[in-house]
Write a new protein. Structure first.
Length: 562
RNA sequence: UGCCGGAUAGCUCAAUUGGCAGAGCGGCUGACUCUGGAUCAGCAGGUUCAAGGUUCGAGCCCUUGUCCGGCAGCCA
């Protein structure tokens, strides 16, 4: 909890508000919480929320709770509790011993509901969901009072007790707050506090058949935990008057809710419903598909928690609706992986090279830097031989202007090895290049020429004899439109799915990666960052491309073809 | 036609209680390099949504308007 502090953190409207609260004595400490509902896997948008909540607690020397907002047994499941805990822990967030469940407060919430009934501020309502909907009015017209609104306190107490005692079926009755059916804020029109649900709860079992609604429960949870600042997304702004109303009527400790804009990203989707549809529609391979912005997907793809944290820091926080271009995220991933990922050579589209003057059958081991950015990373030995593979794209029979790589008669450097010169291009009957015959200069071992001559390009390679075959999964944006929901009449976002979001190729990789465990991250030099997939095993290697390297050559080439 | 928000550089955000509109990313140019990567340096980029008002002074306060988002689950 030391990597962030007040001085080094740029401020934002949330931190300013909190500073003000502290200054004015509204609160004397800072205590935040992250309150996910365990009904889905977390995505990068949640990561932003986590880093706002946790980051603020750290910055102000306060505390942070992880709390499951598990008030709806129909949607929630232990599976998601476990997944969310794993994800939040993976992000590097420390909630110490403060892992809580809203469901542990049900008894207290019940008592408070009884209190509100006694105050004449809540009543049992027999309206059906349909009737209640009609009586609510509309966005521009007031609602009408429930016929059950004026039941006596005694009757309400009795009925509410019977609700709890399982005397009624689902939906037969609700407990509602008695506020104002003509309020311009629909959420203040006698909102439901309890509904009947004969369903098993993942922590409570069958103890309860009435469950508190979000609006009733959330402020109470915050209050019980001594949270000072209940930070949530913009959609809850309109709920704040209700949040305040319950706390004020109860006269209990009153945290402050402040809302911020949630994270959206272009070229992807960020909703539980769509994740489910994409998985069930087989558009992706699961919730941890590396193309999904779920934390499980990002983790599998090879993204580091540090990159996510830095991304969240850079995008900041405001009350704007915004959609971030994924290039900003990719930049954060590169920045972190550049510092930490071991370099390795891999050829994804092989072209055979035969060194005609290299001794037949000989293999020598070239010393290679594991990470030029990190001297501590050490070196490794990479086998070199007479027959090599280079990248197809690193050879052009007719080089375009400013093409510095290999072409007939040109000399280039093979990384960590020798200079080679291309002498002969072997083709098949169709004119397709089959292989290159080159010579190497033994004087240039290690990469420098004793006579001081320079080459413009350095290329990666693997020795044919010792190369490992690997499946490499190349990912692109899941959607081909910045806004996947931008569709023609009658179509939905799935029509914007990018057909090329996953491309599987076979590559040759240097043998040092042989026993790499799933999750291990590498930089394939000059190509990008890759991560060993969980499908990988002793007999077949599988890599995911996390992100490509920044490619300035691609830019130059594009500019030239214009 | 209701209520609650929002609008500052291409993108995301800043701008002490009203006081010279800045940063990161992106773009462009150059340097350097055993990754055409990384790194470094420089440059360009703005009618702060519009119109009015208050003020010595407005991105900030007031009024009106425009555009965008959210809100009518017994979801959260």
């Amino acid at each position: 909890m030391s990597d962030s502090n007040l001085e080094s953190t740029s401020s934002d409207f949330l931190r300013e508000a909190i500073k003000q609260d502290l200054k004015e004595g509204r609160f004397t400490k800072v205590h935040t919480r992250f309150p996910p509902e365990p009904n889905a896997y977390l995505h990068i948008g949640h990561a932003k929320a986590v880093w706002i909540d946790y980051g603020i607690a750290v910055d102000f020397g306060g505390k942070f709770n992880l709390r499951f907002d598990d008030t709806n047994p129909l949607k929630e499941d232990q599976e998601f509790v476990d997944g969310i805990i794993e994800d939040v822990r993976w992000l590097g967030v420390d909630w110490e011993d403060r892992l809580f469940f809203a469901s542990n407060y049900f008894e207290q919430m019940y008592d408070w509901a009884v209190e509100l009934i006694k105050k004449g501020k809540a009543f049992v309502c027999d309206l059906t969901p349909e009737q209640m909907g009609e009586a609510r009015g509309t966005i521009t017209s007031p609602g009408t009072n429930s016929p059950w609104r004026d039941r006596s306190v005694e009757e309400n107490l009795d009925l509410f007790g019977r609700m709890r005692a399982a005397e009624y079926p689902d939906g037969a009755k609700t407990l509602r707050a008695k506020i104002d059916m003509s309020s311009p804020n629909i959420h203040m029109r006698d909102p439901v506090m309890y509904r009947i649900r004969h369903a098993e709860h993942h922590t409570q079992g069958n103890k309860w058949c009435i469950y508190p609604s979000y609006d009733w429960a959330h402020g109470l949870e915050d209050s019980i935990e001594g949270v000072t600042h209940s930070l949530c997304s913009l959609e809850y702004e309109i709920h704040r008057p209700l949040y305040d109303w319950f706390l004020d009527e109860l006269g209990i400790y009153h945290p402050r809710q402040i809302e911020f804009g949630r994270l959206n990203m272009t070229f992807t989707v960020m909703s539980k419903r769509k994740f489910i549809e994409l998985v069930e529609g087989k558009h992706v391979r699961g919730y941890d598909d590396p193309r999904l912005p779920t934390l499980a997907g990002l983790r599998r793809r090879g993204v580091t928690p540090e990159a996510i944290k830095e991304f969240c820091r850079r995008i900041g926080v405001s009350k704007n609706d915004s959609a971030i271009d994924p290039v900003h995220f990719e930049e954060c991933i590169r920045e972190d992986l550049n510092k930490t990922a071991q370099r390795v050579m891999a050829v994804s589209s092989p072209l055979k090279v035969v060194l005609t003057n290299y001794p037949e059958g000989e293999i020598e081991y070239m010393e290679a830097n594991n990470n030029p950015e990190d001297p501590e990373a050490g070196t490794r030995k990479v086998p070199f031989g007479k027959v090599l593979y280079i990248e197809k794209d690193d050879f052009r029979e007719v080089p375009p202007p400013k093409y510095y790589r290999l072409s007939p008669g040109k000399e280039v450097r093979l990384r960590n090895a020798y200079f080679i010169t291309c002498n002969e291009v072997i083709k098949d009957e169709n004119g397709e290049v089959l292989e290159l015959h080159c010579t190497y200069d033994p004087q240039t071992r290690g990469g420098d020429a004793p006579d001081g001559r320079k080459v413009k390009a350095t290329m990666h390679w693997v020795a044919a004899e010792t190369a490992l075959k690997a499946e490499v999964r190349l990912y692109e944006y899941l959607f081909s439109k910045a806004d996947p929901d931008d569709v023609e009449e009658g179509k939905d976002y799935t029509s914007n799915l990018n057909p090329d979001s996953l491309k599987i190729i076979e590559a040759f990789v240097e043998p040092s990666v042989k026993d790499a465990k799933p999750g291990t991250r590498y930089q394939f030099e000059r190509q990008g960052y890759f991560c060993v997939d969980k499908d990988s095993n002793e007999t077949s290697l599988v890599f995911n491309r996390t992100v490509t390297l920044r490619d300035s050559w691609a830019k130059i080439e594009k500019a030239q073809t214009k």
